[in-house]
Design a protein around this ligand. Structure first.
Ligand code: GDP
Ligand code: K
Ligand code: MG
Length: 297
């Protein structure tokens, strides 16, 4: 059977137990990739890997009500992020009413066609089944979620079921990250994923999931606050290569520019980004292939 992988956005108010849930899902393998607040894009929270599949959990900031221009940009970026993931997990706690913060998130979720699941966490605090059924019913009435999964991240109850639900939404794809995540390469991974995200954005998903990005070189200059990055974009067909490069190289230039700007923001340094496009047929059928391209260096 072909390897499956995908990206999952995890959203929810602070304190509902998202981090605890991630910890429980990935166990010892957890890798908090980036704890930088204020980034306008989603960051990788954790990676779950097993023999058949890999799930990359993304943290999506900025889905709350925008307070200013920057806030608006963040909402926009969150909406983009939602479109490029395989499913969205919305986490709430066991409270028996839907608060303002949650309503806002739900309004945002309604705008995307991406499959959405609700996790009702902290069910260990619920006294009886009746109460749980009422809460489930309340969310079910919204008609937003494909499925509702009650969990206790603290006790580990029903967490496996959540993983199974997600797995069903994954499509064929590579093992993006090595089995044991090496924590000193989070930025490389983030940079690769950021470039990939821009490609999907600029090509209007004409090349959906068909691209991988390998960082061949990422090095800070000794004398200056500049990081040189060379990245290779792998696609499956010549026609895809054409789409990515665009007329007169315009699309690739756009991808490079917007990716560079975000990387500069992310790394807080000047960046010199060079992008190459190569055709590698069927790279998706080769689970570990992606690791040869710099991620696993
Ligand atoms: P986050 O802000 O959404 O990432 O929430 P955290 O994972 O940091 O959890 C916030 C608090 O809720 C911590 O004190 C956790 O121990 C607690 N917590 C998380 N999950 C559960 C749960 O399933 N049951 C109970 N009782 N507490 C939980
Ligand atoms: K995929
Ligand atoms: Mg947290």
């Amino acid at each position: 059977m072909a390897y499956k992988s995908g990206f999952v956005s995890i959203v929810g108010r602070p304190n509902v137990g998202k981090s605890t849930l991630m910890n429980n899902i990935v166990g010892e393998k957890i890798a908090i990739m980036s704890d930088k607040p204020q980034t306008t894009r989603n960051t990788i929270q954790a990676v779950y890997t097993d023999e058949q599949s890999q799930i990359v959990f993304l943290d999506t900031p900025g889905i709350h009500k925008p307070k200013n221009k920057l806030g608006e940009m963040m909402v926009k970026s969150a909406e983009d992020a939602f479109r490029n993931v395989d499913c969205i997990i919305f986490v709430v706690d066991e409270s028996d009413s839907i608060g303002k913060g949650d309503s806002m998130i739900i309004e945002n979720l309604k705008k995307t066609k991406t499959p959405k699941f609700l996790v009702i966490n902290k069910v260990d605090k619920i006294k009886n089944k009746e109460e749980l059924f009422e809460i489930i019913q309340m969310y079910d009435d919204l008609n937003v979620f494909e499925d509702i999964i009650p969990t206790s991240a603290l006790k580990g109850s029903n967490v496996e079921e959540l993983v199974n639900v997600i797995k069903r939404k994954l499509s064929e794809g590579p093992k993006y990250f090595p089995d044991s995540m090496i924590t000193d390469q989070p930025e490389r991974v983030l940079v690769a994923e950021l470039i990939r995200e821009k490609i999907l954005l600029y090509t209007n998903e004409e090349v959906p999931h068909g691209v991988a990005v390998g960082i061949e070189r990422m090095k800070k200059r000794k004398d200056k606050n500049i990081v040189d990055i060379s990245a290779v974009i792998y696609c499956e067909r010549d026609s895809h290569k054409g789409i990515i490069i665009g007329k007169g190289g315009r699309k690739l230039k756009g991808v490079g520019k917007s990716a560079r700007e975000e990387i500069e923001f992310l790394l807080d340094t000047q960046v010199n980004l060079q992008l190459w496009v190569k055709v590698k047929e069927n790279w998706r059928n080769l689970p570990n292939y992606i690791n040869d391209f710099g991620l696993n260096e």
